[in-house]
Design a protein around this ligand. Structure first.
Ligand SMILES: NC(=O)c1ccc[n+]([C@@H]2O[C@H](COP(=O)([O-])OP(=O)(O)OC[C@H]3O[C@@H](n4cnc5c(N)ncnc54)[C@H](O)[C@@H]3O)[C@@H](O)[C@H]2O)c1
Length: 304
């Protein structure tokens, strides 16, 4: 089936990046969010990022105008009535995603494919919330979507080959490198990556090395572009904790148990970049120094 109209639900970090990439790939896009201000911010962000491409000579003014002319924003889900493909990118919460898919099931034609950008929720469970489980699929993009080349396509137990073929075409048209994953917690990338980040926190907690040595070790010894602790700060320590908890419960192996220090950091509201402090301190998005609570030596005053 040919995809032309894409309906993106959720205009946050991922949804706006997906919408921009779809526009740049020639699709007609309706971007939906329950909050008008999120739509305004997303549209302005897309416009600014495309403007920067024009300034750098990577896009012409006409191409930019053409992209923006194919973008519509709408707070109503009813606007999905003509969508060939829905890509959902709202909060990572099963009940909220199920609710969206149930509502869209009643609005969209039977041919519409429902994709979710979920990082951890079961596509089989999302499919079961609809009357079209064979049309439900995972399209797991990476942040920032216009820059990161990977698209992880995830198939639920009932996802059809026809649907996989259709989203594969979309991914290719978007210029992404595709990998295919079964519906199991973390799919391929997060299943491999997040336990490594959790282990780095465990290594720090055991005092094997300092924050900087753990990060430099993986950067300079393994050629990783970012250290695991700074990457954990970027992802959000609360998100890392949540996903590790899902791995631990669903996969049932103690190797996935969230590091004790990770739990403490989240309890103390050190959530990473978004709160200005995690393993490092940040100001205006710039990394300043190691969080001093992690290097502090404690002692009792001399009682003599
Ligand atoms: N942030 C990442 O690096 C990343 C990477 C890959 C996948 N994901 C996944 O992408 C999804 C979105 O993540 P994000 O970081 O863009 O989140 P975000 O918080 O930036 O954006 C979520 C948006 O969804 C909107 N929303 C919430 N409920 C809605 C509803 N019922 N109807 C319409 N809009 C609604 C919110 O108003 C918000 O604008 C999540 O499933 C997440 O796991 C995130």
């Amino acid at each position: 089936m040919e995809i032309q109209n894409i309906f993106v639900v959720g205009a946050g970090l991922m949804g706006s990046g997906i919408a921009q990439t779809a526009l740049q790939s020639g699709y007609t896009v309706t971007l939906n969010d329950q909050r008008e201000e999120a739509l305004d911010r997303a549209k302005a962000g897309i416009n600014n990022r495309l403007e920067r491409l024009v300034e750098k000579g990577k896009m012409t003014e006409e191409e930019k105008a053409d992209c923006m002319s194919r973008l519509t924003t709408d707070t109503r889900l009813n606007a999905a009535a003509k969508a060939d493909l829905v890509i959902e990118a709202i909060f990572e919460e099963l009940s909220a995603k199920r609710e969206i898919f149930q509502s869209l099931d009643a609005i969209c034609p039977a041919s519409t494919i429902f994709a979710s950008n979920t990082s951890s929720i079961s596509l089989t469970a999302l499919g079961a919330a609809t009357n079209r489980p064979e049309k439900v699929v995972g399209m797991h993009f990476f942040s920032p979507v216009p820059v990161m080349r990977l698209l992880e396509i995830v198939f639920g137990l009932r996802t059809s080959q026809e649907v996989l073929d259709a989203v594969k075409e979309v991914g290719k048209k978007m210029g992404k490198w595709l990998i295919l994953a079964k519906d199991k917690p973390g799919f391929i990338v997060n299943r491999a990556l997040l336990p490594m980040l959790n282990e780095a926190v465990q290594i720090l907690d055991e005092g094997v090395g300092t924050v900087e040595d753990v990060d430099n070790g993986m950067k300079l010894g393994c050629n990783h572009p970012m250290g695991p602790l700074e990457l954990a700060d970027m992802i959000g320590l609360d998100i890392l904790l949540e996903v590790m908890q899902v791995f631990y419960e669903d996969l049932g192996d103690t190797k996935y148990r969230p590091a004790h220090l990770l739990r403490k950091m989240v309890t103390a509201h050190y959530l990473g970049r978004k709160t200005g402090s995690g393993f490092y301190l940040y100001e205006n998005g710039k990394k300043l120094a190691v969080n001093p609570v992690l290097t502090r030596e404690h002692s009792l005053f001399d009682q003599q």
